[in-house]
Design a protein around this ligand. Structure first.
Ligand code: IMO
Ligand code: MG
Length: 448
């Protein structure tokens, strides 16, 4: 692991980022979240026990790691406190090892309410959000009407800003939605209660992270969602409301670009999407059903069944290039075991024309027909493989095929949900696999 490593999803979220982060955090001093909120559902399996994290960084599961919720995250305080209690109940220590940015925005009860109301208004064009209030919270942040964690400790200011926000929401509730109005006072009381319990965690996390880097500590940045859900680079408007790519990691943790030494892209060996929006390689048949069942592709946050399909490398190449990933972690390869044929999409046909770039226009993506390359399947259970050579030849060909199309080395392959079910290809250096010195010499001169 390089001093600062950023882990980003290359698909529509649920790439098993947390599983990769858990492996990498064995060598980390700190794991920081930088965007998203409790719309994320990050699953880690340790010794048969499953932990699903939503707001607390996965690093909390490693005793030596400081877990940081950065300024770019949107925080539902009551939810956060419940998550902390639940972790403690399960024997995970949470105390000094958790830090929360005073600049992070607060998800308010009306954000959750408006998430649902906006979906209702969208009707058939709905996004299928997770209903956690994340979109409306980021909307208020951009409109400069948001409330921040630090505001909790200035009660007069907090009350004033809350009253102004509730007044505006009430005008919308009356005029636009024909719904009952809200009272600000119970919200105020609830948030003041949370403020007390949260206080020990709150600090200037940007300064904290820079300080750790100055001391030569190793920091992992935990991406939430994925590049195709990124508000700028994803399949807009069927996206989340933050920069879920490497770009969000910088602004949302408060780190300048040159302090990020390595970008690890996480790619699942097939594709899933939860919620609405175009999905060219979707398998709306028995095969899709099989992937969903064996991959347990049900939302970790909402329980919704995920849409499943073949690996889309048009999208994969786009995401890998955009994030400038140095290496790829390929996850859930074991789920493809037992199929006669495994396919990857190498290009699209749109309106009869062959295209190998990922289009911005949704109608093009909606009508894109995937052009597949077929690989021979592998029958064996691969869960015990620990070296690349342990894998059946067909699985190795698949991995090498993906590498070739994306043009980035696959340095980690996950063959099962447990911590140790992973192949680390030490010989397969990522593009950032240099010493720190070489790395800094190389800065600003990445090949793509
Ligand atoms: P992790 O971090 C998969 C999807 C929702 C919806 C869209 C917008 O676990 O990979 P939002 O509630 O964010 O406004 O919903 O984004 N979505 C995710 N899909 N994994 C996630 O997180 C997601 N977070 C949001 O399903 O389509
Ligand atoms: Mg998820």
């Amino acid at each position: 692991m390089m001093p600062t490593t950023c882990v980003v999803g290359l698909q529509w979220g649920d790439e098993a980022k947390a599983r990769v982060l858990d492996v990498l955090s064995a060598d980390a001093d700190c794991v920081a979240r930088s965007q998203g909120g409790n719309n994320a559902g990050h699953t880690v399996v340790i010794g048969g026990e499953t932990f699903i994290l939503h707001l607390v960084p996965t690093g909390v599961l490693r005793p030596q790691v400081l877990a940081v919720i950065g300024n770019g995250v949107v925080v539902d305080p009551k939810f956060l406190l419940e998550e902390v209690s639940e972790l403690r109940r399960r024997g995970v220590e949470v105390g000094e090892n958790l830090r929360l940015s005073d600049r992070a925005h607060l998800v308010m009860p009306y954000h959750r309410l408006f998430d649902g109301l906006a979906e209702r208004r969208r009707g058939t064009g709905k996004i299928d959000t997770t209903m956690k209030g994340v979109g409306p919270c980021y909307a208020d942040k951009a409109a400069r009407g948001g409330l921040r964690v630090g505001d909790l400790y200035q009660p007069d200011l907090f009350r004033e800003r809350l009253q102004a926000a509730v007044e505006e929401k009430n005008a919308l509730l009356r005029g636009l939605y024909d719904e009952p109005e809200l009272a600000w006072a119970p919200i105020y009381d609830e948030y003041m209660d949370c403020a007390q319990t949260l206080r020990p965690y709150v600090c200037n996390t940007e300064e904290l992270l820079l300080g750790l880097l100055d001391q030569g500590k190793r920091v992992l940045l935990e991406g939430a969602q994925g590049t195709l859900l990124d508000i700028d680079h994803g399949t807009y408007p069927f996206v989340t409301s933050s920069n879920a790519s490497v770009f969000g990691a910088m602004s949302g943790a408060g780190l300048p670009p040159h302090r990020i030494d390595q970008v690890v892209g996480v790619m699942k060996a097939y594709t899933t999407r939860v919620g609405a929006g175009p999905f060219p390689t979707e398998l709306a048949d028995e095969l899709g059903e099989r992937l969903r069942e064996s991959g347990k592709e049900f939302g970790a946050t909402t329980g919704r069944p995920r849409r499943c399909g073949w690996l889309d490398l048009v999208a994969g190449r786009y995401s890998a290039r955009l994030n400038g990933v140095d290496c790829i972690s390929l996850t859930k390869l074991d789920i493809l075991s037992g199929l006669d044929t495994v396919k990857v999409c190498r290009g699209y046909r749109i309106g009869g024309e062959a295209i190998d770039s990922f289009p911005a226009a949704l109608n093009e993506l909606e009508t894109a027909e995937p052009v597949y390359e077929e690989f021979r399947g592998w029958p064996d259970d691969i869960g015990r493989a620990r070296r690349f050579e342990d894998l059946p030849a067909e699985a190795r060909s698949y991995i090498e095929g993906v590498e070739e199309v994306v043009g980035v080395p696959i340095t980690m392959v996950c063959v099962g949900p447990e911590r140790e079910q992973v192949i680390l290809r030490e010989d397969r250096q990522g593009r950032a696999g240099h010493t720190r010195r070489e790395q800094s010499d190389r800065r600003g001169r990445r090949p793509n």
